[in-house]
Each structure stands twice: as structure tokens, then as C-alpha cells.
Ligand binder design. Sequence first.
Ligand code: ADP
Length: 581
Amino acid sequence: MDKLPKCQANYVPLTPLTFLKRASMVYANRTSVIYARVRFTWRQTHDRCCRLASSLRSLNVLKNDVVSVLAPNIPALYEMHFAVPMAGAVLNTINTRLDAKNIATILRHSEAKVFFIDHQYVPLASEALRLLMADPKSSMPLVVVVDDIDTPTGVRLGELEYEQLVHNGDPGYIPNEIEDEWDPIALNYTSGTTSEPKGVVYSHRGAYLSTLSLILGWEMGSEPVYLWSLPMFHCNGWTFTWGVAARGGTNVCIRNTTAQEMYASITMHNVTHMCCAPIVFNILLEAKPHERHHIATPVQVLTGGAPPPASLLEKIEHLGFHVVHAYGLTEATGPALVCEWQTKWNALPRQDQAKLKERQGVSILTLADVDVKDSETMASVPRDGKSMGEIMLRGSSIMKGYFKDEKATAKAFRDGWFVTGDVGVIHPDGYLEIKDRSKDVIISGGENISSVELESVLYRHPGVLEAAVVAMPHPRWGETPCAFVVKNSSGGGVNEDDIIAHCRKNLPGYMVPKVVKFLEELPKTSTGKIQKYQLRAQAKSLVVVAENQSSKKSTQVNRKQPARNKDQLPHEHHILALSRL
Ligand code: ADP
């Protein structure tokens, strides 16, 4: 049996491009894309992608060249997920909330050959190109403007426009067969929440397998109507760019993720599925009465990217959304864990269900393994729901590595595992729960305090819309928690003492934030992640001179510890009065 060789009939490189070809035959007349008044069928989408791919080839785009794009969730960005790799090139979707300097850095680092710019972002992109031009070592990409396909604006930057490339392309273009499934398909820069952006490279194989396992993990049936509330530039829309084609679904594209656009699209197009960061739940919950629509049939929502507090899950499900919680990161091609629902949990009260759903869950099918380990010894932590360690993953959805960064790639992989930089615990039932990013864990007097746990309690306060907790320096304990809170529309009269009293009621003393600052909004990345480094910088200017602590035992996370000595252990500490500058 082991002598039977592979051949072209039984060993075909895996690539998500096959999903489009199949969709054009199986779902030919079904609606593939909706945007404002524009509609395409799968046959048309396939035709447009072939044309665009052939135009890219005639612009001398060669195998493994990078094609960058700066655009919101519009049909062109969707089409590029197929057309660019069909031309043999690598798609680089750029986060639209980056500033010109960061965009220039990405264009330079990726050596982009072509740069597609949505008309709305022409001023920002022009500034980025100006910065790029000022650097004599950088080569300039060919610029193509994407005008609005529904309401053309006439905005241009140079000669080329997207629809013209589609129009002039060859509909009979036959893409070269993928020779090696390990070939790159996409290059996604991390948003740099914790460090410099790094270029994460996906293979055709990884993208294909991740797409399939997310469809299965989320139980996405055929003909879904998928609302693009998650930016496609974020991990290629967690692979649902390719996934919607695999299921013959309909992509509902929206330019802005406003409450009005989301509610209107959901009711107008009978949306069945959407993905988003938990922050989008707040947008939906805080919608004005005239922006809201009644959700008649439950919308399946896959959420992740940041911890969704149980109280928020409860509120959003009440509105008619059915949430599945996933955890992942750019390096894992989006979601790597899903909080797979157990039927026996259906009998539990809603609050307990939300608490279970708050956990990040179990591995998706393409992951070979997931574990929580001591990052120094690589020993697995006990499955007791308490012992913290670093979350590590291995499997086919993990990136190829970081583009032109051997050092960072080597650091990310250790002993056959991908090291996530997230700290978590494993419960006895095998479900994993994230406690923090390793850099965000607050280490107070030798105790690890999970900011996620603390935030979850803050979210339960009726006047809190958003909350984030970071470490602030403390002369005795090294660090202590500081909370930043955004009030919701009913939280007008809430003050710092109310929040602290609420935390005292629900948390052990040593975890209670010593300072609560109210903000109009929290600093965030485009994908809804709170930029804790900015909050930490603010917290640094606040000094606690003494406070109330109590004892608790826990496993310490391996992170550079703030200086402290033995007599700083909480159980030896007396209750002191709090004062602050
Ligand atoms: P970046 O690292 O560029 O900010 P990523 O999307 O790769 O962007 O961020 C991944 C990180 O987001 C994870 O490492 C983790 O810290 C956080 N994250 C993702 N999903 C969840 C989740 N469900 N719960 C808690 N944190 C999450």
C-alpha cells in the first residue's frame, strides 16, 4: 500500500480558489454580492475575478508579487480575495484605520507592486505614497483607484481605475494551477496592539483548511446571507471571504459598520450570519430607536478578537442574535478556538449559559492541538481552571511565518508549538479560558490579576458601556489595577465610588481597581481591540500611595516582574487607606 504514488488525479494542491470556480457552476445564478443597488451572481463574480486577474497579469504582476489594497468592505475587496491569487500574486489587505506613516511602512516592507485605493481613502493613501517616495530605497507601486461602484465619484489618483481593469480583462483567463499548496496567498500585517506590525504570511493550504474548519465549527449551512460587519482586511474576514463562496452564500457588503447600516441590511436582506468583535455589540445595543429594526429570525454571530463579557452576551442574545464565541489571532488565520456548545448546557439558566459562552473554548478542526503551558519549561498546566500559563497552538491553520523576519518567526515557534502570547487556563472539561495577553496581566504583590476577569465584573454594572483594566504603578505592590470606564446612556450619575463598591461586592479585595477613570471612549484598533498600552501610559501618571489588599494563591505568569520583595506578599499586608494624586 505504501508503494502507491501520489499523482495529479489524487493529490491536488489545496487552495480556496477552487471554491469560486465551483460556486460559478453550482450556484451560477444565485446572488453572490450585494452592495447598495449593485447585485452580482456567482457566475458574474467568477467572470469579474478572471478579468481582473488577467488585467493584473498584463500589468506585469508576477508570481508571489504583493498586491496591496486599502478599502472598506466593498465588492472590489471581496473580488480581490480571488482575483489576486488567481494572478499568482499575494493579497495584502491594509487596515483602513492606520495612519499614513504605518501604511507607508507596510507598502515599503511588502514591496507592493500594485496598490488599490478606495476613493474614500485617496487623501490618506496619497500621503502614504508621498512618505514612500521620500525614501529613495523604496520602489513605488502602481496605483489603481477603486471608485464607488454604486455611485461613482470621479475621484482619481493617476490613470487607472478598478472597473476599467475588470472591463478590459479577459473573461476566459485561466489561472495557472497552484503548483504548491504552501505557496503564499495572503500577507496580513498585525495591528501592532502590543508590538511593531509584523507581516503574517498565509499559505493556500492554510487558508483552505481554515475556511473549511470554520464553516464546520460554526455550522454554517448552505446559502447563508452573510453581512460584512467584520472588516475583510482583518485576517481576510476570518476566512469567510473564501467561506461564503464555498457555501454559495450572499455577501452583503457595507461601507460603514454603523448601527443603522447593520440593522437595515439585516432586515432588508434577511441576513443569517455575521462576524464581529464584541465591541460591535455595543454599537447595536446603543442604537437610537429610529435606527433599530426588530430581528425576526435569529442572526448567527461569530464573535472574537477581544473577550466578550458574559453580561454583554446576555444582552445581545436578548435582541435576537445567537452568539458563538471564538478566539484567535492573525497568526492562526483568525479563529483557532470556538466555544463549542454542549446540548446539556441548554437546560441551564441564561446567566450560566453566558458564563460558559464567555470561555474561549476548544480547538477548531484544523488545529492538531492546543495547550496551556509554562512558557519556560513547556510543561502543561493542570486542567483545573485556575493554573495560568501561555496558550500554545499547533496545526495547519497556523501561519507560514513572518515575512522577511526570521528572528520573529523563530521566536513565535517553540518546540513545535506556536506561542500566542496570551495567558489562559484550561478547565477540567477541556475548555480554555483566556485571562489576558501576557503583557496585560497585572502582577500585584506577586499575584496575577486577570484584567479580563475584572473587566467582566465591570461590564455587569448597569451604567457601564465599556471597560478596560490595566496595571498602574504602585510603590509597594509593584502594580495595581486601574479601570477605565465608558458610561452608557443610563450611567449618567455613576461615579468612581459606585464602581469601586460594585467591584468590592463581586471581587476579592486585592483585585478591586484602586482608581477608576471615566472616558468618553476607549482607544481602539480598527478591529475593536482596546489599545491598552495607551491606557497604561495614562495610568502611569496616577500614583497610588497605599491601598487595601487581601490574599489569594495563584500560579505566577512568566513575565518580567516589577521589583518587589518578600514582605510585599498580600497576606502579610495591612489594610491601608487609599489616596491618589
Ligand atoms: P493584533 O495582535 O494585531 O492586535 P490580532 O487579531 O491578531 O491582532 O489579535 C489577536 C489577539 O486578540 C489574541 O492574541 C488575543 O489576545 C485577543 N483575542 C482574540 N480573540 C479573543 C477572545 N475571544 N477573547 C479574548 N481575547 C481575544
